[in-house]
Design a binder for this molecule. Structure first.
Ligand code: ADP
Ligand code: MG
Length: 370
């Protein structure tokens, strides 16, 4: 199943600005105070329409702990914490998209282990600036993600914050012991493969930041975002590549190592290299770029190769396969062979279009950098 949802984000952007401004400023929107429902009423209200998909979910929301039946498979558990002002900006991130994305970033980690995601928990902290309607939007996005990817919301926690919103999602998945793919299994001569294309989410963020500045100066100025729809979609509505793990099974390819691209290709391939004790060669001309990435990089005076290497938030899968699998991968439109592993002493390099080797640098996202 290849998931391709192309929505018009032009409308979305405008609607977002208007929706949030009015919601937070109490204009034209229903605004129900969270205090009115109480904690249990709120949890029940937000979660009552979620379905259960997985037979391993014995008990979801409503007891002291959720109950998942265990099996002979390995359990995969991963968590991400998102903080308003650090990881997302509600002036252009619709809450529904935020809910969806918060689930995606976690499912992506389960798929990067070659597992199947089955359950999530969602914990939120919100200040009294948020009415019930805002949380309904957030949970609509979470529910869409659960329904699309067939995962069960089985619990979480709800609390207040003095300022802003925090959202933490934990995903739980499973894989047969022999199917789990770690970062440390690559072999020298393995091919390096990436799904989809790179750099679009980063440029989407640049476009949204620019339009936010324009909007702040002149709210009547309606942005023309036609040229950037794919970029904005990749930033606001990323999809975790469940389809790629399924495709690899169909092709009978088991990666020797795998990681998802949250921080940018450079820093992710460096994780595979260091954990597998190898080096790599990545070929600039092989990097998959959408035409909008090429055009918009030029417009922003940025180098599209740098963006593909360091952009981040692509949520594509980066993996290595034995060279013997070349024929199974080479013609697939969803997969690009971008290089190969080498011995550790050869280092980690980018081979440019001019056939020069440049050392790869991790310029990925680092939360502790100034
Ligand atoms: P406890 O007091 O045992 O921590 P809570 O009152 O926090 O229980 O939660 C009651 C039930 O609702 C539990 O099953 C919990 O997992 C679930 N829950 C709490 N907050 C959320 C949330 N934000 N999203 C989904 N489920 C939640
Ligand atoms: Mg609790």
């Amino acid at each position: 199943m290849f998931i391709s949802v192309r929505v018009s984000y032009l409308y979305c952007f405008l609607a977002t600005c208007c929706y949030l401004c009015s919601m937070l400023a109490n204009k034209n929107q229903e605004r129900t105070s969270l205090a009115k429902l109480g904690e249990f009423g709120l949890i029940n209200h937000l979660t009552e329409h979620f379905k259960i998909y997985s037979s391993s979910t014995q008990k979801g929301i409503g007891d002291d702990a959720a109950v998942i039946s265990s099996s002979d498979k390995e359990l995969l558990i991963t968590t991400d914490l998102l903080i308003e002002g650090v990881h997302f900006d509600l002036s252009y991130m619709p809450l529904k998209h935020l809910g969806y994305k918060a689930v995606m970033v976690n499912l992506s980690d389960v798929y990067a282990m070659n597992g199947a995601a089955e359950q999530i928990t969602v914990s939120i902290a919100v200040s009294n600036r948020f009415p019930l309607e805002a949380l309904e939007e957030l949970y609509a996005g979470i529910q869409l993600a659960c329904d699309t990817y067939k995962v069960d919301l089985i619990g979480g926690d709800t609390t207040s914050s003095t300022k802003g919103m925090l959202i933490s999602v934990t995903a739980i998945g499973k894989a047969k012991k022999e199917d789990v793919v770690y970062r440390n299994g690559a072999k020298a001569t393995d091919l390096i493969v990436v799904s989809g294309d790179l750099g679009a989410a980063y440029l989407g963020l640049q476009v949204l930041e620019r339009e936010k500045q324009v909007f702040q100066v002149d709210p009547k100025n309606q942005p023309d975002l036609d040229a950037y729809t794919y970029l904005i979609e990749r930033q606001l509505k990323p999809e975790a590549r469940k389809d790629v793990t399924e495709l690899l099974k169909e092709l009978e390819v088991k990666p020797t190592s795998m990681i998802d691209i949250s921080d940018g290709l450079s820093s992710e391939i460096m994780h595979i290299c260091s954990q597998s004790k190898l080096g790599c060669k990545i070929y600039e001309e092989k990097l998959p770029l959408d035409p909008q990435v090429i055009a918009t990089s030029e417009e922003f005076n940025m180098d599209s190769t740098m963006i593909a290497l360091s952009g981040g938030e692509d949520y594509e899968l980066l993996f290595t396969v034995p060279i013997a699998d070349f024929d199974k991968i080479k013609a697939n439109p969803h997969l690009s062979i971008i290089g190969h592993m080498v011995e550790e002493n050869q280092g980690m390099n980018l081979v440019t279009r001019a056939n020069q080797e440049m050392e790869l640098k991790a310029q990925g996202w680092n939360s502790f950098e100034e």
